[in-house]
Design a protein around this ligand. Sequence first.
Ligand code: GLN
Length: 211
Amino acid sequence: MPVIGVLALQGDVAEHLAALRRLGADARAVRRRRELDAVDALVIPGGESTTMSKLLVAFELLEPLRARLAAGMPALGSCAGMIMLASNVLDGRGDQESLGAIDMTVRRNAFGRQVDSFETDVVLDGIDGGPFRTVFIRAPWVEKVGPDVEVIGRISGGEADGKIVAVRARNVMATAFHPEVTGDERIHRAFAELVRAACDQSDDDKDTRDR
Ligand code: GLN
């Protein structure tokens, strides 16, 4: 069974671990280089992206994580995690690092201040079973995506109508909201399936090479 890590430097790590474990996944906290080396995929939780960026540098994980992502490791980011996965961050701190795993521009705190946290229903492409109840907390939105990025969810209605809040680029998914806090595991399940498919594919590639 593939091992799914949850980056555990900061943020709502426990909620992601719990959601993955409820699905029967082998989910483990990742704080160290050797823990990163031992996982097949990584979830980057919600929290605070500038702090996460600083801690990635302090824990000497920034470059190893960039390298794993560049080599195709599947990843799921929520909120601050979405910001971390972006290639370009607006309204970030000057020294804020991101991982560049998804060719997109995100705007931090795009919906306003903490008081502007809200819930709404979002229809997600590729996720069956009706709209997803989404929780936004000082969330980013996506202002621009590159040609290989699939938009899977947008806000519908209100001032932010049409804003992109969920994307997928090959094996990397990101949401501006927090699927880990609502008890609806459909996004984690879709991610776990994606991880399984990616691991099967790389086993096949290895078999072909070894033959
Ligand atoms: N505003 C936070 C940031 O910039 C993200 C908030 C969240 O993850 N809930 O990182």
